[in-house]
Design a binder for this molecule. Structure first.
Ligand SMILES: Nc1ncnc2c1ncn2[C@@H]1O[C@H](COP(=O)(O)OP(=O)(O)OP(=O)(O)O)[C@@H](O)[C@H]1O
Length: 275
């Protein structure tokens, strides 16, 4: 457990709401001959919910993974709270992941552990000396926050898909992160559970003041939860704007993307119709 003894590399001072918290600057990333980003620029501000949309394979998930050090950019900079992450070593990213939690697509719970043990897992990792009572209290508090109080002793196999997602969220927020990354949070869920997850995203912002970056194909969800939406196409961010600005966008890539998905959400948001 070498990382418990080392000095934290990240000096994190939570910024005021609305201040820049994350900046992707001139990012380049390729996998072999496949260029994913050429010159990607994007800022994320403290307290906002920003959704990244874009076609399949445009690099939405790669962006989240670069932020928490699971992948490294080839060139350009990623700044978190003003600190450049490029020369962070593998173990330095543990500090970043304490402040930036990822809710994975498939919830990724450990099947052999109970729900309570799953949520306690990151707490044990980041706070190895936390007393058992406090650990239990924190687990119970997080389960209450995701509206699943008292299910500590259940096993993941006994949960529905939506419950698993919420337990995944409880685990992600166990360490009280300032930033939550949501990778396709509503994929494969029925409409009722989708709305529950959308409410969770909004409530994390309201109740905990979290900054969220959401990656989704689900335009209903994007329009419902976002303060701003960023569109990834042609290896860069082609537009960032409020849902209203995106809805009436004349940027060709955005227009084409939204028009192709018009049926999914037009009755709800009236896409393409000027306000
Ligand atoms: N570890 C990796 N090794 C090789 N190629 C990768 C790796 N991770 C991602 N890619 C490639 O990078 C591109 C972008 O992937 P990414 O998963 O970010 O797409 P996405 O926009 O999230 O797509 P989707 O909406 O289909 O999930 C894809 O072509 C993908 O195959």
């Amino acid at each position: 457990m070498l990382f418990h003894r080392r000095q934290p590399r990240l000096k994190f001072q939570p910024p005021q709401k609305g201040e820049e918290l994350i900046r992707f600057e001139h990012l380049q990333k390729s996998f072999g001959p496949k260029r994913v980003y050429d010159d990607l620029m994007l800022s994320v501000y403290a307290g906002e919910t920003l959704t990244v949309i874009g076609g399949s394979g445009t690099g939405k998930s790669v962006l989240l993974k670069c932020l928490i050090g699971l992948l490294r950019p080839d060139a350009g900079r990623i700044l978190f709270d003003g600190q450049e992450l490029n020369d962070f070593r593998e173990e330095d990213f543990i500090d970043v992941r304490r402040h930036v939690a990822m809710v994975f697509q498939g919830a990724a719970l450990f099947d052999s552990l109970t729900v309570g043990e799953n949520i306690a897992y990151p707490l044990r990792e980041h706070f190895p000396h936390m007393p058992p009572d406090e650990l239990r209290a924190r687990v119970a508090e997080k389960l209450r926050l995701v509206n699943l109080p008292g299910i500590e002793d259940m096993k993941p196999a006994d949960l529905s898909g939506g419950m698993k997602k919420r337990v995944g969220l409880a685990r992600a927020i166990a360490t009280d992160p300032e930033v939550i990354l949501w990778d396709e949070p509503t994929t494969g869920l029925d409409p009722v559970t989708t709305e529950t997850i959308n409410q969770m995203i909004r409530s994390m912002q309201k109740q905990l003041g979290c900054t969220s970056i959401v990656v989704t194909h689900d335009m209903m969800s994007a329009f419902s939860v976002s303060d701003r939406i960023a569109m990834l196409a042609n290896r860069r961010i082609v537009q960032v704007g409020t849902p209203e600005e995106m809805r009436v966008s004349t940027v060709p890539e955005v227009r084409a993307f939204l028009d192709a998905r018009r049926g999914e959400f037009e009755s709800q948001v009236g896409v393409g119709v000027a306000p």
